[in-house]
Design a protein around this ligand. Sequence first.
Ligand code: BDR
Ligand code: CA
Length: 315
Amino acid sequence: MKKIILDCDPGMDDSMAIIMAVKSSELDVRAITTVNGNYPVDVTSANARKILELINETHIPVARGMANPIIRNVPKDPFTHGIDGQAEVFLPEPKMPLSELNAVDLIIKIIKENPGEVTLVVTGPMSNIAMAMQKAPEIKNMIPCIIAISGAFGLNDYAFLNATGDTPQSEWNVYVDPEAAKIVYESGVEFVALGLDVATHFDVNFTDEDLKKLEESSTKEAKFLLNAIKFINAKGFEAYCAVIDCMAVAYAIDPTLVETFKAHVGVETKDGLTLGMTVIDRRHHFVWEHLPLISVGQKADYGRFLKLLLELVVK
Ligand code: BDR
Ligand code: CA
């Protein structure tokens, strides 16, 4: 089993990512750490625990993380995950306590106790991860890989047509805390960026047969997903919005689901039109080699992705 920490900002798709990670027999979820992002951190921390209680997996610690980006104010999200942040399913208030450690310290502790073994799966702004690297730089050599829903690289139309940040070509998780993203991209840790190019593709869609499977399933997680899809469709958005973050968990389970390539990428931290953009230097000549070399997702097998997701949710 692959040990992971899931750092997230639930969010309906983060909630689905939690379900997927916890239910996978390939992953050993050591902690769920929460961050400001889709909602304030108190909401994301409650939502993570609500989901664990829904699926009776309350042994997994949930630690509350950064309430703000590293140096910026919290921006307003133009997109809504509903009043409760979980597609208005209104789960009961959580009973399980939060971890006594905050997310940053829990991340540092778990990595140090398991050097070289814990993959970070990140589906929110990277404030916690960057802060952990600033506080304990020695952990950078102990992280085998970070897999993140991060960036929009312009590799296909979806990257920018579905841009989630509040500048024309940025992705929400980078846009919220670009300085944190820059720290993590430049950390030297193996980094896999699954951007909007692969995570918000319209091919991430559920067939009538898939929806029937969800309707017929008696699991609470199938009902949660079905409600999220209906909620998002009613708002005029495609079903992929309910499962964007699941792509990072799916990649942790099976990296053959997404083709990646290595690229030098810079994160724009200047205010204005391009704030939060993740810029690939694709030039044949004069490439800026000082920009960090990361793996960028360019093509996913959506059929296998949805099959994996449905198998975990329906059974
Ligand atoms: C990201 O934005 C959030 O709304 C989603 O949870 C996802 O992590 C995609 O840009
Ligand atoms: Ca998210």
